[in-house]
Write a protein that binds this ligand. Structure first.
Ligand SMILES: Nc1ncnc2c1ncn2[C@@H]1O[C@H](COP(=O)(O)OP(=O)(O)OP(=O)(O)O)[C@@H](O)[C@H]1O
Length: 304
């Protein structure tokens, strides 16, 4: 088995305080292994982006740990540790139109990260790196002197991918990277991400609301609902044998009345008003690698 690159341990994140407190992520637990694509799927507002941003250090964590290569990164880091995290964890954003500086050339945008960290010895090497990267994402060297508005949505996302990958990161958090793109070019961008992943042994956290996207690209999938990861399994296992009612409802508009469905109907979905002191649900392994958010009774029912 590959090494764990990222570990999320009992992660909780809230916004606001007192009566206005909104629990965006509650006790999330998952690991991402080197070289895999881990899909995080859920509806709008379920907490996907909040987890992605916390990994990048952009959201404060209320409790729990985020470990990268075995080291906790959600704490005060030394300058060197912080640099290591920024270089090795890069993000691809949902909306390439909003995430690219419209007043900068493609050359500037793609170079910015390597400039900040002096990742080249001279100007000739910088130019070569940028040229190679832009070709790798299917654009042309002459595009480097142009501005983002001169490109289509798909091309802009390729610029966003080049900007992230030129840093030679180990982990890429891709937050809905194709949902703002025209349907006709979505597969191209996903295929490009897959191809580059193979070449560079990259690890992806793929955030999506669209199940067909995660089925296409992910090795394992976690389903998040109201901030709680309700189920996690290898992709085909999750699609062929969903256990949690929320996963089932995502997979099928028409519920399938099988005995397992009847059993899992009673499974808990996180509810801020529920008394968990007496119920004690948690994320439990039902069959090897297949986890469900449930309590003792539900666990034994699912294992029957
Ligand atoms: N900066 C913030 N301040 C206050 N509340 C926030 C903030 N960021 C996220 N939230 C809240 O946290 C919850 C989870 O939001 P999040 O953006 O993570 O969901 P999501 O699953 O990524 O949805 P989407 O696909 O729409 O981006 C929501 O209730 C949201 O309103």
């Amino acid at each position: 088995m590959a090494d764990k690159l990222l570990e999320i341990k009992d992660l909780s994140i809230s916004f606001g305080e007192g009566k206005n407190k909104n629990v965006a992520v509650k006790n999330a637990n998952f690991d991402i292994y080197e070289g895999e694509t881990f899909g995080l799927v859920g509806e709008s507002g379920s907490g996907k982006t909040t987890i992605g941003r916390a990994i990048l250090g952009l959201n404060n964590v209320e409790s729990g740990k985020i470990l990268f290569e075995g080291n906790q990164i959600n704490k005060k880091l030394s300058k060197q540790e912080e640099e290591n995290v920024i270089r090795n964890i890069q993000m691809i954003f949902q909306d390439p139109a909003a995430s690219l500086n419209e007043r900068a050339t493609v050359d500037y945008i793609v170079s910015e990260g390597i400039k900040n960290f002096h990742l080249y010895k001279d100007e000739a090497e910088r130019e070569e790196k940028v040229r190679d990267m832009i070709k790798e994402v299917g654009l042309l060297p002459e595009h480097l002197s142009r501005y983002p508005h001169e490109f289509s949505g798909g091309q802009r996302q390729r610029i966003g991918i080049a900007r992230a990958l030129i840093m030679e990161p180990k982990l890429v958090v891709a937050d809905e990277p194709i949902s703002a793109l025209d349907v006709s070019i979505r597969a191209q961008v996903l295929n490009l991400m897959k191809k580059i992943q193979k070449e560079k042994n990259l690890t992806y956290l793929m955030i999506a609301h669209d199940l067909s996207v995660v089925r296409f690209i992910a090795d394992r999938v976690a389903v998040i609902h109201h901030g709680v990861i309700v189920e996690m399994a290898e992709t085909e296992e999750l699609f062929n044998n969903p256990l949690h009612p929320y996963t089932k409802s995502l997979l099928s508009a028409v519920p399938i009345p099988d005995p397992q469905m009847e059993r899992s109907k009673k499974l808990i979905t996180y509810d801020q008003n529920h008394d968990y002191e007496n119920d004690k649900p948690s994320f439990r392994e039902i069959t090897p690698g297949h986890f469900v958010w449930c309590n003792d009774t539900e666990e034994s029912n699912l294992k029957k």
